[in-house]
Every structure is written in C-alpha cells, then in structure tokens.
Ligand binder design. Structure first.
Ligand code: OAD
Length: 236
C-alpha cells in the first residue's frame, strides 16, 4: 500500500533542545542582535565583518550540537509514512539525524556561495568564513542564507509540496516570518494538522488543528508513536 505523505514544517524550536538558540523567545537571538545589522543585504554592504562574525558564531555552535529526540523521531516516522521536511532552520540537524527528504527554505549555514554567481555553492570545511575568502571566479564568498528582503527561491516547491500533504505537522516555529508562515494555508481542506510548541504561536491560523503544547523533544516522539500505530492498524 502506498504510504501516506506527512509534510513537516520545522522552525528554530525543534533545535532548541540541541542547544541552538531560537530567534524570538526571551533570550532569543533577535534580542541580542538587530536583524537589520546582521541578516540583510544592506548589512552585508555596510559591515561585512559583523555579518560574517554573526554567522561564524552560529556555525561554530552548530558544529558542537547534536540532533535531539525530535529530529530522531521524524526519522522513525519514515517507517510508516512518506515524510517530507520543510525547514526554516539553517542547521543540518535533520540531515545528521538521517531524514531522507529535507528542503531548506532559508538556506544552509554550513554552505557558502559566490557573490558573483549564486549557483556556485560550496560546503565550508570548518566554521569560519573570512573576508577575502573567494569563490573560483574570484569574488567574495557569502553565507548561503536567505536574508530579510531577499527572495525565497524554495517557496514555490514548498507550497506545491504542502498541497500534496495527507498530514501536516508544524514544530517549533512562531509562524512570524512570511512567506514560510503562509505554507500552512496550502494544505487541502480537511488535512489533519498537528502543531507542537510549548507556547501558542497562533493556533487561530490553523483551523481545526491539534495543538500539542509540549517541547519538541517530548511532543514529537509521542505524536510519531501515535501516527505509526495508526499506520500499522490501517495495514492490518
Ligand atoms: P522563532 O524564534 O521565531 O520561534 C521559535 C518557536 O519555537 C516559538 O514558537 C517557541 O515557542 C518555540 N519553541 C521554543 N522552544 C521549543 C522547544 N523546545 N520545542 C518546540 N518549540 C519550541 O523561530 P522561527 O519561527 O524558526 O530566518 O523563525 C523563523 C525565521 O525567523 C528563521 O528561519 C530566521 C528568523 O529570523 C532568517 O534568519 C532568514
């Protein structure tokens, strides 16, 4: 029997228990840093060193982090479902846990790209990208991140994917940043939607959804067990 498709939309909250800071919680990154100073094309033009330093610190922290129970549970879910992850996260914890299909909406921290030709993307060996590090065409390399004010190239494929979901799971996102937050509206009406978050990021947006008010590391393995039991009982 063809497996049902589960689309999972993840945000910074799924990586919080791996020690990676979220953006908008108290103690979040945007309390300490001004978005406009570190995460926009204008910031890059004005103060490249500060932008590089901001992402170097994030990358350094990522190399020390490990996937947590929530990332691992989503890998287990593949035993019973066709699981497609759409993540706003720039970390690689879904991949390191072993998820087969991961789409990054906002770029990837461990990758850098040419400022001359955005198709020239490479993986950085360590954590540090420096002023003067160049692509093979000779231009400065920049973080492979979608900054505020830049187009989100993967939003088309991501919305398309949402229209094919049999189940949607949303984990650890404040649903504050568009166009990513708008993806929830692309699922077909009547599709079961689950939202896992210790705070309410806006359940009102998700008519008829099930709100699991827990941390990702608790709520995700439990929901995964429940969905796998459902899949097994349908197969019998
Ligand atoms: P936010 O920091 O806006 O939201 C994090 C969400 O995770 C909040 O709803 C928290 O309640 C929740 N959360 C915290 N701890 C959690 C835990 N242990 N388990 C589950 N949930 C938890 O992060 P995002 O929604 O991912 O973009 O932010 C979206 C985008 O804004 C990011 O991709 C980034 C940021 O600016 C760019 O930098 C382009």
């Amino acid at each position: 029997m063809k497996k049902k498709r589960v689309v999972v939309l993840t945000g910074a909250g799924i990586s919080a228990e791996s020690g990676i800071r979220t953006f908008r919680d108290s103690g979040g990154l945007w309390e300490e840093y001004d978005i406009m100073e570190v995460a926009t094309p204008e910031a890059w033009e004005r103060n490249m060193e500060l932008v590089l330093e901001f992402y170097n610190q994030r990358r350094k922290q990522l190399l020390e982090a490990r996937p947590n129970a929530a990332h691992h549970a989503l890998v287990d879910l593949e035993k019973g479902y066709d699981v497609r992850i759409i993540t706003q996260n720039v970390d690689d914890l879904h991949e390191r846990a072993g998820s087969a299909q991961v789409m990054h909406l906002h770029g990837e921290l461990r990758k850098v790209r040419s400022t001359l030709d955005e198709r020239l993307v490479e993986t950085l060996a360590g954590w540090e990208l420096k002023k003067g590090d160049r692509c093979r065409l000779g231009s400065q390399l920049r973080p492979h991140i979608v900054w505020f004010g830049e187009p989100v190239p993967m939003i088309g494929p991501a919305s398309e994917l949402c229209t094919t979901a049999d189940i949607l799971i949303i984990i650890g996102t404040s649903l504050n940043v568009y166009p990513a937050a708008g993806l929830v509206h692309y699922v077909r009406s009547g599709t079961p939607v689950y939202l896992i978050d210790p705070d309410d990021p806006g359940m009102a947006q998700i008519a008829g959804g099930t709100f699991i008010r827990e941390r990702a590391g608790e709520g995700t393995p439990r929901l995964v067990r429940q969905l796998l039991e459902q899949a097994a009982s349908i197969e019998k």
